[in-house]
Design a protein around this ligand. Structure first.
Ligand SMILES: [Zn+2]
Length: 281
């Protein structure tokens, strides 16, 4: 009986705490749970790759198959080179070492994500882990070129931003941010014959609602870079950090833009598109 009372008391206390958390914290319940879900995914990938070799650097643990041993120093160097600029720009460094898994070929990488063979990414960020395609499978140049054009700055930006924002962001924003860091750190831009910003563009609503389903991914990605780069170029890096901080505080993308930039979402869409037409050709 007494036990029962204590038990009920504990449940009541837990309920009150849960209610307080939900109503007082500005973060959504999804954001509160997000780091736990990411940690679970990370633990799962770590377990699934337990047979692989591991190589540690100051900030990363790189897992690989023996056949890729020769590429490990190059991947390690690129990862460490990405560390300072990405954590410095985003003002956050994840605790512990980041897991990087090198997959031998595209089918291995894709199998892990259940993707079709047409997915041609050379790197993927998912569940707190960076997975890269072995440089053996696609890369012919040396370490400096891998640092510059390889996937590490891009994927590590996704990872650090995912920590900062607890998953509270639209797809286009994290892709724009990752490309913005590649541009800033390495001067690298993904340009193709059909992703010029001079023609008809996807609307902001299209980027918001179905980024991954837009027929020209090259154009969707280029636009997402423009939308992020506009903020830094016209309003300054401090404003970009404020937008990120607003997302981290649980604001919607609309609110995160409106506050720091002092403009509504429709105006933002007009502004970055106009800016891009003259500054990113
Ligand atoms: Zn990306």
């Amino acid at each position: 009986m007494r036990k029962m009372v204590i038990f009920e008391g504990t449940i009541a206390a837990a309920l009150i705490l849960a209610v307080l958390v939900l109503f007082l914290a500005p973060l959504t319940p999804r954001m509160l749970l997000y780091p736990l879900v990411r940690q679970a995914a990370q633990a799962k990938i770590n377990y699934e790759t337990r047979q692989m070799e591991a190589y540690e650097t100051p900030h990363f643990i790189i897992k690989y198959s023996p056949v890729d041993a020769a590429t490990v120093p190059m991947v390690a160097q690129a990862a460490e080179a990405a560390y300072a600029p990405v954590t410095g720009t985003l003002g956050y460094a994840p605790a512990g070492k980041t897991l990087v898994v090198i997959y031998r070929d595209r089918s291995e990488l894709n199998k892990n994500f259940g993707w079709s063979g047409s997915q041609s990414a050379m790197g993927v960020y998912w569940g707190g882990v960076i997975e890269v395609l072995s440089p053996n499978a696609w890369f012919r140049a040396g370490p400096d070129e891998y640092k510059r054009t390889g996937p590490m700055v891009h994927e590590y930006t996704h990872l650090v931003f995912d920590h900062v924002s607890r998953g509270n962001y639209p797809r286009w924003f994290t892709e724009g941010l990752a490309q913005y860091l590649e541009y800033r750190v390495n001067g690298y831009e993904w340009r193709t014959a059909d992703n010029s910003l001079g023609g008809r563009l996807y609307t902001q609503a299209e980027l918001d609602d179905r980024f991954d389903d837009l027929p020209s991914q090259a154009l969707a990605y280029r636009e997402s870079l423009a939308a992020v780069r506009y903020i830094a170029a016209v309003h300054g890096d401090a404003k970009l950090r404020q937008v990120i901080a607003a997302l981290a505080a649980g604001r919607t993308m609309r609110q995160a833009v409106a506050g720091p930039l002092g403009m509504d979402y429709g105006q933002y869409e007009q502004e970055w598109m106009n800016w891009a037409k003259t500054n990113m050709q």
